[in-house]
Design a protein around this ligand. Structure first.
Ligand SMILES: [Mg+2]
Length: 275
């Protein structure tokens, strides 16, 4: 392994354009970088969605799904893994989050009723309703309904009521994350914890330290952006600026995805060196 850099990248709004979910505009740059670094998708998307993106873009790397809930590692990479792991469609599966059944059980608790009455859960909505409220295409919606470790929902209540719901979720060791469009009720996981585990696996396998870069655009990326050597924030479509506790090696793009992905990476010294 002569690669030295691992890039953890959010997908929606960071690599993929907010509207058409494409990164064709920067394909030449992406291919060049993917040959010289290890690009690890770290997203709220599901296994089947990310697997397809990896196949389409010839990425044979680990990836993190559903906001840090699980890590999938191609079996053929032969990375050093400590436990006997479950496999799924050519990948090892490391689960860090809570499964769907537990999450649904929690939302059905009596004390959650006044909050869940203000939630439109994706798994309960039909495609027609979903299309109306998100404007997304059928195939994208079908895929995002198939989740294993998080319950996405649209919130129709007040901010105050939401805070109370979040508090109850926390007291049950769950949390609510805000993504680009949806809120996600998930286990006590985040993109940062999962990222650290992948860095550890690479360090153990190759007996060397890898330089880490993270790229994100929204609040659910903060735990990832705080935990790498270099952090790139792609301008959000919503124009909301993200602030990190760390201030060293933090870079901001002035344009949205996918061009912002290329712009912010090109600002970073380790990428300048290999580009
Ligand atoms: Mg995003």
């Amino acid at each position: 392994m002569n690669k030295e850099v691992i890039i953890f990248s959010d997908l929606d709004g960071t690599l993929l354009n907010h509207k058409n979910f494409s990164f064709d505009e920067i394909l030449v740059f992406f291919k060049k970088i993917s040959k010289k670094t290890i690009i690890v998708p770290n997203t709220s998307k599901t296994f089947s969605e990310v697997k397809k993106i990896c196949e389409d873009s010839f990425l044979n790397n680990p990836f993190i799904v559903e906001n840090g809930s699980a890590i999938f590692i191609p079996i053929n990479l032969k990375l050093t893994l400590s436990n006997k792991l479950e496999t799924q469609e050519g990948y090892y599966k490391l689960v860090l989050g809570s499964d769907l059944e537990d999450l649904i059980k929690f939302t059905n608790l009596e004390k959650c009723k006044k909050f869940t009455s203000k939630c439109s859960f994706l798994y309960k909505m039909n495609i027609k309703e979903l299309k109306e409220s998100t404007g997304l295409s059928n195939s994208i919606l079908m895929n995002s309904k198939k989740r294993d470790f998080s319950l996405p929902f649209l919130w129709n209540g007040t901010k105050e009521l939401f805070e109370k719901f979040n508090f109850i979720a926390n007291s049950h060791n769950y949390k609510i994350l805000k993504g680009g469009r949806f809120y996600h009720l998930i286990g006590n996981v985040d993109k940062g914890k999962a990222l650290k585990l992948i860095l550890k696996i690479y360090k153990n396998t190759f007996k060397k330290k890898f330089l880490s870069i993270s790229l994100g655009d929204s609040p659910n990326d903060i735990a990832m952006l705080e935990n790498t050597d270099y952090s790139g924030i792609v301008k959000a479509f919503s124009n909301k600026k993200l602030y990190l506790k760390k201030d060293k090696n933090v870079f901001y793009s002035s344009i949205v995805a996918p061009k912002g992905w290329e712009q912010v990476l090109k600002m970073m010294p380790p990428i300048k060196k290999i580009n």
